[in-house]
Write a protein that binds this ligand. Sequence first.
Ligand code: TRP
Length: 334
Amino acid sequence: MLNGEKMLFSGMQATNVLTIGNYLGALRNFVKLADEYNCLFCVVDEHSITVRQDPAVLRKQARDLLTLYIAAGLDPEKNIIYYQSHVPAHAELAWILNCFTYMGELQRMTQFKDKSAKHADNINAGLFTYPVLMAADILLYQADVVPVGQDQMQHLEITRDIALRFNNIYGDVFTIPEAYIGKVGAKIQSLQDPSKKMSKSDENPNASVYMTDDRDTIIRKFRRAVTDSEACVRYSDDQPGIKNLITIYSCVSGKSPEEIEREFEGKGYGDFKSAVGEAVADTLAPIQLRQKELLADKAYVDGIIKTNAERAEYLALKTLRKVQKKIGFPERVR
Ligand code: TRP
């Protein structure tokens, strides 16, 4: 941790394998943000159990995500990359913050409404208080900025409300976090329905390109991508499928949409789709290789997991102890 740099907190769920949408829209930008901020990248396994999980799968996916962070270029010595469940302060602060959050506020959360509809047989209390745990994640580290997508803005708002409410009663305990909204261009849509966001949980496997897909699979998925009958590679809202492919190609090649239009002028969609597939496969290859090496090096990764949990805990406890003292919990006898 460098003094004077601002704190950034980011949490990601390990459920389902990440897609190139998660990578190009979030993870890849984290590597740049890591130069500017003191960053924590948390695998939020406690959030994951608000819907039923297979224990073995959850464990594997959590390790996959943690190693993917590193493989994607995040240095685990500069950044803190860790599991939420390894730092008990998250759950402890969440309990306290539950007592400063109103039922009515939580009832308004659109994600709660969506998830309750989707998992009607398991509308558990954790699903309801999910945003409070998220507030605890962020506030524990006095985060200045939180990179979030549009879907998490409401949760960031409630985090700010809870923090302000607490500060109004007890003084300046929490930093009020701001959203860090990434630049445009990195919003990746489904390959099968370009009106929808590319999602980790899409039922159609051809809709999403996963970070773990091999070269042939990637190229095949791009070849099958839904386009149109214009037969012209143009960056236009009238051609959402092609526009999405241009965006992806632009992200992985660094070329601008105009350059790409010129490159494929007079060429068919087949050539274009293959070029995008190849370029994506080329981008993912070194990350996949590095992740494979990490997964094979158990001792090294275990060491990182241990050290980083300790580093996170050190920071978290500073805030938690302050909060406990403010609200009147008895002091610990040393
Ligand atoms: N709720 C977030 C999501 O599903 C994940 C998350 C948990 C998070 N805690 C966080 C994101 C704290 C940012 C900050 O995407």
